[in-house]
Design a binder for this molecule. Structure first.
Ligand code: SF4
Ligand code: SF4
Length: 451
C-alpha cells in the first residue's frame, strides 16, 4: 500500500502507528523556536499587558464586550467585527494561496505547543527518537516508570496552566485571581469546566498529537482547494534529487532522514500532501545531509511546484506580488476601520408599548430610551438637545455622565409643540453635545395623532 491509499500514521489494519519524530536541528528550527517562544510569551503576557488600565485583549463573551489592542468593541460594533472577520477570512485565503501553510508551521497554537513545549519536554526527559522508541517497546523498568511519571506530571501541570491563561483571555486576570481565592464550591461549574479543558489539552498533547492536523483541522482539509502550482510550499526538488540512492546520479541519497524528522510521519519526496504542516524540519535535516555529502543545500526548500518544474525558484513571482499588495490593502482596511470608529455611539429608540401623549400645555410627548456607549479612555460629561422642531426634553436624572469605556442608559420625554406635529409619524433630530461641541446627531421617529 502506498501513501496515496492511507495516511502514513495508520497501519494495514487501520491502527495508529505512533510517530517517533527525530528532534530537528538547523537554521529553520532555530528561527521557528525563536518565533514560537515569542508567540508563547505573547499568549501568556496578553492578559497582563494593560493599555489605559484595560487588558490588551479581552474576549468577554458573557458581557458581549471585546477589547482588542485596547479598543473596546460592544455588541453595537457587530457590524465592524463582522467586517473584520470577513476581511480576516479573505486574508487567510489569499495568504494560503500565496504562502501555503506558513501559519501551520510557524504560528498555529497547536504546532507551537506540541513542537515547542510538549515534544521538547519529551526530548529532554525521554531522549531522541530511537531512545523513545526503545523505551516504549521495552518492559516496565524503574527508569521507564520514573521517566513516564515525570513526563506526564509535567504535561498535566502545563495543561492546567495553559487552561488558566486561556481563561484569562476571556474573563481577565483579576476575575481569575478572585475565582482562585474563593472557595471551590462557589465556582464549582467553572472549576469543572477548567478541569475538563485541561484534560482535553493533556489528552491532545500526550496522545492525540499530530492527528489534530492530519485528521481534524478544517484549515488543513482546505489545502487541496487553496493551493495551486504557484503557491510557495515546502517542496522536494525531484529534478535534482532523482534518481535517488547512494549509487545514483540524483542528489537524494535515500537516507530517509527527512522522514525520520517529520512530526506527521510523511515522506515529502512524495510531493505536497495534506499532512505536511510546513514545519521545515525536513529542510534542516536534508541540508545537514547535503553538507556532509558536499552537495548543494536546499534539495528540500520553500518553493512552488512551477519553480521546481522549471528549475528556478519562483517565490517572488508576479502573482505573489499582486496578492501581497491585496493583503497589505486588507490590513490597511483593518487599521482604518479601527481608527475611524466613532468615539461615542448613541442609540435612541421610542419606549416599546407607549404611544404619544397630548398634554394640557398644548404639547405632544413621546417617551424614549437612550443608550450611550463611550469607546474612549476618558470620562465624558454630555448633553442631549433636540435640534429640530424646537421641542423640550425632560430627562430622568439630571446629567449624562459616561465613564471611560462605559455605557450610560436612561429614559427621557420629548415634548413638541402641537403645531410642529404635522404628521402621525415624523423624524426628529437629536444632538449629543460635549460642552458646546456637537459630537453626534441621531435621527428618531416621533409619533402623533392622525390628521
Ligand atoms: S534527507 Fe535529503 S537525501 Fe535524505 S532521503 Fe531525504 S531528501 Fe533524500
Ligand atoms: S514534510 Fe517536512 S515540512 Fe512537512 S510536516 Fe514533514 S517535516 Fe514538516
Amino acid at each position: 500500500m502506498s501513501f496515496r491509499d492511507r495516511p502514513t500514521n495508520l497501519d494495514d489494519q487501520g491502527n495508529r502507528k505512533w510517530v517517533y519524530a527525530k528532534q530537528p536541528k538547523g537554521r529553520w528550527y532555530t528561527l521557528r523556536t525563536l518565533t514560537g517562544w515569542g508567540l508563547l510569551l505573547f499568549f501568556i503576557a496578553v492578559p497582563f499587558i494593560r493599555i489605559n488600565g484595560y487588558p490588551l485583549v479581552l474576549l468577554d463573551i458573557a458581557d458581549r464586550k471585546f477589547i482588542i489592542f485596547g479598543a473596546i468593541f460592544w455588541a453595537q460594533d457587530t457590524f465592524i467585527l463582522a467586517l473584520l472577520m470577513l476581511s480576516f477570512v479573505l486574508f487567510i485565503i489569499l495568504f494560503t494561496v500565496t504562502y501555503g501553510r506558513v501559519w501551520c508551521g510557524w504560528a498555529c497554537p497547536q504546532t507551537i505547543f506540541l513542537e515547542m513545549v510538549f515534544r521538547r519536554i519529551e526530548f529532554w526527559i525521554e531522549g531522541d527518537y530511537k531512545k523513545r522508541r526503545r523505551l516504549d517497546a521495552g518492559p516496565w523498568t524503574f527508569e521507564k516508570a520514573w521517566k513516564k511519571l515525570v513526563k506526564h506530571t509535567v504535561f498535566i501541570l502545563i495543561s492546567v496552566a495553559m487552561t488558566n491563561v486561556f481563561l484569562m483571555w476571556f474573563i481577565g486576570n483579576e476575575k481569575l485571581y478572585a475565582i482562585i481565592r474563593d472557595p471551590i464550591r462557589e465556582h464549582l461549574n467553572g472549576f469543572l469546566i477548567m478541569l475538563a479543558v485541561s484534560a482535553v489539552f493533556y489528552w491532545i498533547y500526550s496522545w492525540f498529537r499530530e492527528q489534530i492536523c492530519t485528521m481534524i483541522c478544517p484549515y488543513g482539509r482546505m489545502q487541496g482547494v487553496l493551493l495551486d502550482g504557484q503557491s510557495i510550499v515546502v517542496s522536494y526538488d525531484y529534478q535534482r534529487g532523482e534518481p535517488r540512492g547512494s549509487n545514483e546520479k540524483g542528489d537524494c541519497i535515500d537516507c530517509r532522514r527527512c522522514v525520520a524528522v517529520c512530526p506527521t510521519g510523511i515522506d515529502i519526496r512524495n510531493g505536497t500532501q495534506f499532512e505536511c504542516i510546513h514545519c521545515t524540519a525536513c529542510i534542516d535535516e536534508c541540508n545537514q545531509v547535503m553538507r556532509k555529502m558536499d552537495r548543494q543545500p536546499n534539495l528540500i526548500r520553500y518553493d512552488s511546484a512551477v519553480g521546481i518544474l522549471k528549475g528556478h525558484t519562483s517565490i517572488w513571482n508576479t502573482r505573489n506580488r499582486a496578492y501581497s499588495v491585496v493583503l497589505l490593502l486588507l490590513f490597511g482596511f483593518f487599521v482604518y476601520t479601527l481608527v475611524t470608529r466613532p468615539a461615542i455611539e448613541t442609540t435612541i429608540l421610542r419606549t416599546p408599548g407607549l404611544l404619544y401623549q397630548e398634554n394640557q400645555d398644548n404639547t405632544i410627548s413621546n417617551v424614549y430610551n437612550m443608550k450611550i456607549v463611550n469607546k474612549t479612555h476618558t470620562d465624558r460629561a454630555l448633553n442631549l438637545k433636540v435640534l429640530s422642531h424646537g421641542g423640550k426634553i425632560e430627562i430622568a436624572g439630571s446629567k449624562i455622565f459616561v465613564e471611560d469605556q462605559g455605557m450610560f442608559q436612561t429614559t427621557f420625554i420629548l415634548y413638541l409643540p402641537k403645531e410642529e406635529v404635522k404628521k402621525d409619524k415624523m423624524t426628529v433630530d437629536f444632538g449629543i453635545f460635549e460642552e458646546d461641541k456637537l459630537i453626534e446627531t441621531v435621527k428618531v421617529t416621533f409619533v402623533g395623532p392622525r390628521d
